[in-house]
Design a protein around this ligand. Structure first.
Ligand code: FMN
Length: 190
């Protein structure tokens, strides 16, 4: 799979949602890989993600302001609406059980979930959680609902998770998430 775009094309915008999973640090690598592939990346972090990784990491790697607060309004128009007008893809990586539930049921109680309801392009989610959480019928039902709606679910993979347990729940390889995001970007209009 080709993972770079010709330099002459306008850079597509991807919104990267980072949630409160121990795998949040891997989103920094994804940001860097997307930027190297010619994508403009705007990161939206949940409050719990910020307990695990600093916004500064994403600011430096993306060279774009990081959205951490729905109520931080630099302009007359709420930021999530303006962003939705130019974003091609929303990718949530890692996606907690909590954000999967919020996306499935249309909750909008923070910057990321509110943005998700404004976003009309493709959506990619990469779940990451403890294998028992992943196996829970509620999580499976939420993922099935998202898939039915056309959301691309990448992973999770089988392996050892941070708490020491083995099973399915590990964040998919960054390479696989990158490939799915780049494939979801529509070709430029002629
Ligand atoms: C150290 C730590 C690691 C966590 N890792 C995960 C995880 O990998 N997946 C998950 O679904 N929840 C995980 N959680 C729980 C979430 O942070 C919690 O459900 C939170 O409400 C998610 O909020 P958010 O989706 O708004 O970021 C973890 C919690 C802690 C304290």
């Amino acid at each position: 799979m080709k993972t770079t775009r010709p330099a002459a094309l306008p850079a597509p915008t991807v919104v990267l949602g980072v949630t409160g999973s121990i795998a949040a640090y891997k989103a920094a690598d994804l940001t860097s890989r997307l930027v190297q592939a010619g994508v403009t990346v705007t990161v939206i972090m949940t409050a719990n993600a910020m307990r695990l990784v600093q916004p500064q990491t994403f600011l430096t790697l993306s060279r774009q302001p990081v959205v951490t607060d729905l109520w931080d309004l630099p302009d007359w128009q709420p930021g999530h609406i303006a962003l939705a007008e130019r974003a091609a893809v929303l990718v949530v990586a890692p996606a907690t059980a909590n954000i999967l539930a919020k996306l499935a049921h249309g909750l909008a109680d923070d910057a990321l979930s509110t943005y998700a309801l404004s976003h009309s392009g493709r959506v990619v989610v990469a779940p990451a959680m403890n294998p028992r959480m992943w196996a829970h019928p509620a999580v499976q039902a939420n993922c099935a609902l998202l898939r039915e709606r056309g959301v691309i679910v990448v992973g999770p993979d089988r392996g050892r998770v941070a708490c020491g347990e083995g099973g399915v729940g590990r964040l998919a390889a960054v390479e696989d998430i990158l490939t799915a995001v780049l494939a979801a970007i529509p070709p430029p209009a002629r």
